[in-house]
Design a protein around this ligand. Sequence first.
Ligand SMILES: Cc1cc2nc3c(=O)[nH]c(=O)nc-3n(C[C@H](O)[C@H](O)[C@H](O)COP(=O)(O)OP(=O)(O)OC[C@H]3O[C@@H](n4cnc5c(N)ncnc54)[C@H](O)[C@@H]3O)c2cc1C
Length: 414
Amino acid sequence: MRTNRPDKCLDDYDLVIIGGGCSGLSLATAICELAKTPEHVPQTLIIEPRSYYTDDRSWCFWERKGGIHSKLIEKSWSAWEFSSNTLSHRHRSDKGWKYHYVPSIRFYDHAEKLLTQNPKMTLLVDSCVSDIFPVVSGIEVEIESQVTSTYPRKRKIAAQQIVDTRIPEGVDFSDATLKQVFFGFEVKTNKEHQFDDVALVMKDMRVDDKGFLFDYVLPFGRDSLLIELTRFAADYMPPESLRDGALELVKRVCGNDDFKIIREESGVIPMGMQYSVEPADTRWIHAGIGVGAARPSTGYAFKRIQQWANHCAKGILLKGNVEQFSSNSALLTWMDNIFLRAIRENPSLAPVLFMSLARGVHPDSLLRFLTDIPSKRDLLAIIWSLPKLRLIQCALGEICARIRTGRREQAWFR
Ligand SMILES: Cc1cc2nc3c(=O)[nH]c(=O)nc-3n(C[C@H](O)[C@H](O)[C@H](O)COP(=O)(O)OP(=O)(O)OC[C@H]3O[C@@H](n4cnc5c(N)ncnc54)[C@H](O)[C@@H]3O)c2cc1C
């Protein structure tokens, strides 16, 4: 059992956070940063299976200023581009929005440092939660650890409240309307690359026999790039299945032998989960990507997780209560679902839809829409820009689907 606090092994905690990933560490750091004094911090245990953190993902998001994690941003772009066939639309904000990049290792290092500084925060790595038993006085958590020299391999602790960031039992990403599957490489090029200092967020949108795909290219520096191949797939596909295609893409972009791979990253993000997870016990809530952290139409989750973490930390510090992820606005969910349904049913429509938005909507309106804060005018601009007939058909289909699933609404109660 390895912890940042080897001298301390309690049996009782005010708060247990299951999973020291993006949501778990964001919540723990938000509590540390928002607490008036270190004593105000509840006695907290974060349980994480990994032995150590690596630079496993690059988190990007749009924000006007750096936002919650401005000190962790490594690079920001003032322009970003959408392209398909020979057409491209380059966007810039009039209101100071930028596309920011936080390397995950910076985020993890920062979180580990902050948690070590606060005596009430314990990060337990090499360990996972194997069972949970709610009882009247609290919740019992069974922990299994890999390293057994000092402590038993299995032990039970008690928690007053739990924030569980694992994918809840019964939630299956295969059920999402679309799965955003991606595989990419960070590379160093031997020569300076030819790209402008622009984030190519949807480059070369196209369709093949497996559906809609595009490239994602972030020029980090004059000789370093992140290059990813991304698909919006109706059927689940493992990210590894994109490895060869992603490597081909890197060779196409950099020239056959003109690069060195620094690291790789991959994932599957659910777009349009069909079910909600309702906690049966208010002392034990779920958070993260398994309970709708990702915006359905984009898959972006990082900023939404930071917003939830801040909100939840305030709830814990001010009222002593953990706060759930708030659901999306009904209108945005409905629009997202129509969009996803249209792409699922007719992947060749996807480049048309995204390019129509990029061409017809002001960058600031589009950004407000993508970051969950559209005005009514923004929504009208979005609707106006899109091809109507296909979307009206999908809107009707979405209404019928809602009526059908409304009759058998599902929730997982534990
Ligand atoms: C490669 C990649 C790139 C991404 N890029 C972006 C981006 O640019 N912008 C954006 O907005 N979103 C992005 N996302 C989506 C999203 O932001 C991330 O997936 C984010 O990490 C989700 O946070 P989370 O806390 O839900 O999951 P995670 O960060 O995966 O955390 C869950 C944690 O639970 C732990 N765990 C699992 N089982 C147990 C157990 N039994 N006991 C204890 N702990 C357990 C895991 O080890 C993990 O640390 C990306 C995702 C990936 C995979």
